[in-house]
Design a protein around this ligand. Sequence first.
Ligand code: AMP
Length: 544
Amino acid sequence: MMQGLMMDRPLLISSLLEHAESTHPTSEIVSRRCEGDIHRYQMRDAARRSRQVANLLASLGIEQGDRIATLAWNGYRHFELYFGVSGYGAVLHTINPRLFAEQLVYIINHAEDRYIFVDLTFVPLLEAIQDQISGVEGIIVLCDAGHMPETKLSKVHCYEALLAQQSEQFDWPEFDERSAASMCYTSGTTGNPKGVLYSHRSTVIHAMGSIGEEALGLASTSCFLPVVPMFHVNAWGTPYSAAITGAKQVFPGPGMDGASLWELIDAEQPDLLLGVPTVWLMLLNHMDAIGKKLESVQNVVVGGAAAPYSMIKAFQEKHDAFLIHAWGMTEMSPIGTVNSHNAHMESLPLEQRYQLQLKQGRPIYGVEMKIVDDNHNELPKDGKAYGRLLVRGPWIVSSYYKNDDDSSFIDGWFDTGDVATIDENNYLHIVDRSKDVIKSGGEWISSIDLENAAVGHPDLVECCVIGARHEKWDERPLLLAVRKPGSEVSADDIRDYLTDKIAKWWMPDAILFVDELPHTATGKLLKINLRQQYENYLMEGEPA
Ligand code: AMP
C-alpha cells in the first residue's frame, strides 16, 4: 500500500494543554472549593501549575507509567492533575470516593498507586483504610497550609506547600501516543471493579470527536458546568474538550445538591450542563420549590442512566432548555451516542420530538455499533428487533487492566452488556442492562422504560423495577417506589396513572412503597440485592 506523506505527530494530552495555553490563555475556570469559597483563575494559570505538578512528580521520583491517584471533586486542582500527571507520562488513576471501603482498598492495590492526591472531604476515607494500602508512598492533601487537617494519616503532605517549591518551567516529554494516560475502574455490581486504561491517543481522539454540534456542542463561547464527576470517566472527557475549545468551565466541587448548583448557575450563567438524571431531578425539584427558571441554560446533557420523559418535558417547558440524551460507558471513554438537536427534530410536533429524545441518540464519528442475538448473528436495524449491543472504535476498551477475563470481547467488538434496538436512522434505544430485563413469558419488558413511566407521577421521587419469579410467566415486573415526603399516593393511583402510558401486559404485578432505594457508586440503582430480596415475592408474598 502506498503510504501518505504527512507528519506523524503523537496525540498527547500535553499537546491539548499547550494548545489551550497559547490559544485560550484567558479562558476562565471557576471552582467551588471544599474550603467553602469560590476560586477563579484562567487557563494559563492551570497550564503553569500543571507544569509545577510535573516537577513535583519528578522530585518524588515518579517514573513514566507509574500510577498516581486522585480522590477529588470537580475543581481546578483536579484539572491541573489531569494534565500534569498524564503530561508527565504517569497514569492518572481517578478514584470514585463512593466505592465501598473494600473496593477502594482493592483498586488502590490493584492499580499499585504510588501517591494519592486527596480533597479535604475524603481524608477520613483514607484514614479508615491506610493500614490496608501500605504500597502507597504518600498522601498529598489538596489545600494550602492553613487548611491542612488534623489527621491520623502518616506520610501526608500539603499540595500547595509542595507546589510552591516547584519551578514553573517544564518541557513536556514526547512519547508513544499509545502510552497509558489515565485509568478508571468500573463500579461493578458483582465481583471486583475492573480497570479501564485510557491511552493518550484514545483520550485526544475522544476529545476531538466529542466537541462538535453532533456531540456536546462545545465552543470557545460556551460556558459549561460538568456535574458529572472527574472521578468517573474523566467527567465525560470534558476537561480535555475544554482545552481544545477554550470553553469556560464551572466546577461544582462538593456542591451537587439543587441549591448549591442553582447558586453557581445563577452566578456564572452556564449555557450547558452535563450530568446523570439523579442530579437533575434534585435541581428541577429545587427550581420548582423556589419558583425560578434556569435562564442561561440552553442544553442539558443527560447520560449514565436513561433520561425520563418527565425530565425532558420539564427542562423544555419550564426552563426552555433542550435535553441532549447521551449514552456511553466507562469502557467507552465514555461517549457512544448523542441525541443532539437537528433540523429533523425541529420539524417534529413537540410530543413526537419528546418521544425521539427518549432514545439515546446516534453514534458520534468513531463509534460503530450493532445488535446481535445470543449466537452473535447481527439483528436488523429496524427499531424493533432487540439484542445485545456491541461496539468498537478507537476510544473503546480492548481488554481490562491485569484481567484475563475476555468474555466481553467478541471478534474485535466489545459487548456492552446492554440490550438495545437501533432504528433505520441509526438511533439507539437502550432497552435495559441484559441482567435487568424482565423475561415475561418469552417476551421482554424493559425495567428502564417502566421506571421512567412511573417516575413521571408527581408524587413519586424514584422508582425501581425488578423481575420477580412468577409461576406462569417465569418473571413479572415488581415496582418499588419512593414517595415524596407527606404523599399518601396508593398503588392503585400509580396503576391508574400508568394505564395509558405502557402496554397492558407491562403493568407491574405488585407496587410497593419503600423509604429509599440502594445505589451504586456512580448513582445508578443497585438492583442485585433487591432482586434477591424480592425474588419470591409474587409466589410467597414476603421479601426474603
Ligand atoms: P458506567 O460505565 O458506570 O458509566 O455505566 C455504563 C452503563 O450505564 C451503560 O452500559 C448503560 O447500561 C447505562 N447507561 C449509560 N447511559 C445511559 C442512558 N442514556 N440510558 C440508559 N442507560 C444508560
